[in-house]
Design a protein around this ligand. Structure first.
Ligand code: ADP
Ligand code: MG
Length: 493
């Protein structure tokens, strides 16, 4: 019975000022399991009033109370405890993540472990934020102090839900900021599970608030709020541009990690088997719902026919299926909207180029937002499928004649998040590394990501860097302090 099914759906609450609460309007919205298209949970629908409550809590926690009194050691230990808790709950978190986002359970397990590692990394970094003594030419002591920016609004996407939350929250907490995190409306569940760990780890109320809602009605008022000092956003280029404009009115600090159309470049001298695997992994991991997806596959002409054939043959063997099955290599897309969007690009590709694999829904699966891993070849780099971010398992294979042409095509995009080069010629590879306009360049690999190394884009892929020491910089202000050591100050009057 529908009513029974409905009562079985778990209702989550969101987290404001250390308490689990309903939205001001007592409204909820459904969270969909993309492999069944059924409702798997309900979460509060936050509106502007809730945003105001959450920002007020974050503001108060930043300005007074226990948080500003914490030492770097205290904050580090809180982060270590959060990491430990994530590891303890990893199996449950991975299952929720996998069901909610559609990603294969094995990938979800990696994501949860990476989230814990991120908290550990910034737990260690909390005590390594150093000021400086500036060598001013006077009898004075000139210092630069590093201080937290204040209240951070953190808006994240649905492709790596808990991991993106970790990338945002861990450095902010280490720096001493307070946070209002808004998960994507499609995938709020692991962040709400995580909210339950915060108080146990010793975090005072208001330091981290997690509110669930939609972009227009929850994200937008958060970005505009005058008590927010910084906005950290990961998501689409169009929303990133709107956020940058909205943040201008109150001169908020902004970091943006936006989309990409990253080239994965294969020279004829690359190891062929590794190259095929690298091309598939680069574009199809996480259903291709990856900002750094190697969605433009550039292949040197002498190996091009063989490459297209081998890649397509192997793509057809990728196992699609329920995300919770361990053998599954590709799950459904996250939502109906994303499914429709990717389907329309599959159809567009058939007009713009030649189809080598996939191109539709898998015939064997009747339910869920599954699409086939799809490969188009003989794609012109100016085609829409080579210029627009699809954010799904759709590859555009493009031939090139030589190094100069590879470079020209690779850089002919408004984006600049990532790139990869496959070659056994170190001189050629390094020439490419230098000339590619991208924030991340892999050689003979694509996609491995480490908390120790900087992550972020060139050009319209955004600005600011996450992870590593760069990640905490984005949550710090620099204060100059001048201490006069003369008996009399210098002056004219
Ligand atoms: P997609 O279109 O793939 O869902 P978005 O960039 O729209 O990607 O979503 C990323 C995040 O940005 C989500 O948390 C979403 O709710 C949020 N968002 C969407 N629109 C806005 C907006 N106008 N202001 C602030 N946040 C927004
Ligand atoms: Mg959107």
């Amino acid at each position: 019975m529908a009513s029974e099914a409905k009562s079985a759906v778990r209702r989550y609450r969101m987290y404001i000022n250390g308490e689990f609460v309903e939205s001001a309007g007592k409204k909820y919205f459904p969270v969909i399991d993309p492999s069944t298209e059924e409702i798997m949970a309900e979460v509060p629908e936050a509106n502007e009033e809730d945003v105001n409550r959450a920002v007020a809590a974050a503001r108060a926690a930043f300005d007074s109370g226990a948080w500003p009194q914490t030492t770097a050691q205290d904050r580090g230990r809180i982060l270590f405890r959060l990491a430990e808790r994530i590891r303890k709950e990893a199996a449950k978190l991975a299952e929720v993540e996998s069901r909610n986002s559609g990603k294969p359970i094995v990938e979800a397990e990696y994501d949860i472990a990476d989230a814990a590692t991120c908290f550990e990394y910034y737990g260690g970094m909390a005590t390594k934020v150093l000021g400086q003594v500036n060598p001013v030419p006077d009898n004075a002591l000139s210092l630069s102090l590093r201080e937290p920016i204040g209240v951070a609004a953190q808006i994240i996407p649905w492709n790596y839900p808990l991991l993106m939350a970790a990338w945002k929250l861990a450095p902010a907490i280490a720096a001493g900021c307070t946070c209002v995190l808004k998960p994507a409306e499609q995938t709020p569940l692991t962040a709400l599970e995580f909210a339950g760990y915060l108080a146990d780890a010793g975090l005072p109320p208001g330091v981290v608030n997690i509110i669930t809602g939609f972009g227009e009605t929850c994200g937008a008022p958060l970005v505009k709020h005058p008590d927010v000092n910084k906005v950290a956003f990961t998501g689409s280029a169009s929303v990133g541009k709107a956020i940058m404009k909205a943040a201008a009115d109150t001169v908020k600090r902004v970091t943006l990690e936006l989309g990409g159309k990253s080239p994965n470049i294969f020279f004829a001298d690359a190891d062929f088997e590794s190259a095929i695997d690298g091309a598939l992994f680069g574009v199809f991991i996480n259903q291709g719902e990856v900002c750094s997806a190697g969605s433009r596959i550039l292949v040197e002409k002498s190996i091009y026919p063989k490459f297209v054939e081998a890649m397509s043959a192997k793509a057809k063997t990728i196992r699609l299926g329920p995300p919770l099955e361990r053998e599954t290599k590709m799950g459904p897309l996250v939502s109906k909207d994303q499914f429709d969007r990717v389907r329309s690009y599959q159809e567009l590709g058939k007009k713009e180029a030649k189809l080598a694999a996939g191109g539709g829904r898998p015939a064997s699966i009747s339910r869920g937002y599954y699409v086939e891993p799809t490969i188009f070849y003989d794609v012109d780099n100016s085609a829409r499928i080579a210029q627009e971010e699809i954010f799904g398992p759709v590859a555009a294979v493009i031939p090139f004649a030589d190094e100069a042409e590879a470079l020209r095509i690779a850089n002919a995009t408004p984006y600049g998040l990532a790139a990869a080069i496959w070659s056994r010629d170190i001189f050629k590879a390094l020439r490419m590394v230098k000339a590619l306009r991208a924030g991340i360049v892999w050689v003979n690999h694509m996609q491995p990501t480490y908390v120790e190394a900087p992550w972020g884009g060139y050009k319209q892929s955004g600005f600011g860097r996450e992870l590593g020491p760069w990640g905490i910089e984005e949550y710090l202000e620099t204060k100059q302090v001048h201490i006069n050591l003369n008996e009399q100050p210098i002056g004219w009057y």
